[in-house]
Design a protein around this ligand. Sequence first.
Ligand code: BGC
Length: 403
Amino acid sequence: MTGRLPPRFLWGTATAAHQVEGNNVHSDCWALEHAQPSLFLEPSGDAADHYHRYAEDIAIVAGLGLNAYRFSVEWARVEPERGHVSEAALDHYRRMADACLSRGIAPVVTLHHFTQPRWLARLGGLAAPEFPQLFAEQAARVVRALDGIALVCTINELNLPAIAAPYFRGRATAEQRAAAERVLGAPLSAFFLHVDEEVIFGNGLAAHRAARAAVRAERPGVAVGMTLAISEEDAEPGGEAFRDRRRETYYAPFLDAAREDDFVGVQTYSRMTSRADGSVGLYPGSVATTMGWEDRPEAIGAVCEWIAGRWDVPIIVTENGYVGGDDARRGIFIAAAVAGVRRAMAGGADVRGYLYWSLLDNFEWMLGYGQRFGLVSVEGPRRERRVKASAAVLAALAAGEGA
Ligand code: BGC
């Protein structure tokens, strides 16, 4: 199985369509952003206009000497109405893949990154009985249309709703929920970030498997896997049992399922510390980022070590990043994170790539544009790109010059 993976270590960066493209008007997320009152701080609008400026952005990736770019194909553009497939949209993504390939960059394609067509939300989203079949059809048409894809990620962070849905649910007011359900024409659980936990384990994993089979049928040589949100899990004295339960509930079942895949995409931002009272939070005395997460570059290495200790599926770090305006800190974070990954590899972890989240400052879902993860800022009404100093740190590591 691992023979499908590219032979070289992948050094790259990642984006997701809805967060950077702009005007994803046929998606459920767009509808939710415009509900009154909305769960979203602000609408995505034109975003970084990556839909039109992808060539310039991929040129930046190439200029940094990176050899991989992860982007997602937006289902709501490819199939804006049920059964109506836009060949022009597929052509667009084919051009993106070609732009990567012509610059020596391996395209890493995500098929589902939180958003979906509105018509699909009306059917119930991931919970719809026909979801696995429809998703497999979408997977097949995308991989058929795009030549030269290196890796396919089926569903981004399939386990995330299990971890985060109770939190998101708790933050939605009754008015926001009612407005959201009005515009969706479905329960809010039709939107990926609010999906019910049992649906993830049932239809979610079934959809992943169906898409994997579809990709393999179309392109037997392409590596396919899912990505998972995995934090470093730690415990204060007395919190160990709760920490272990979190691992067994949120991560282990998905890693078990990933044994059939070519790789698992690991997405780690921070550490969660379980307490004796069954709550979870920041490690005592640690520094929080603008997202409220612990600033913890060591987390990704620790997660790779933990996975490698129990599962032998190859790992690709499909997301890891620093959020905040302090770009000097971002550079330090990247160097420390990669050092942690290298330590894990020296200890036997089979890590095949490191993709920084994110290439661009982008639309951070409900939190809008205030959160900055990018190696590149997007400035003013003309959305000018400015490469930050931290990008040079990643470039140097990719070139084999970094610590
Ligand atoms: C998601 C990204 C998101 C990032 C930072 C991941 O959960 O895949 O879409 O922007 O984390 O919150």
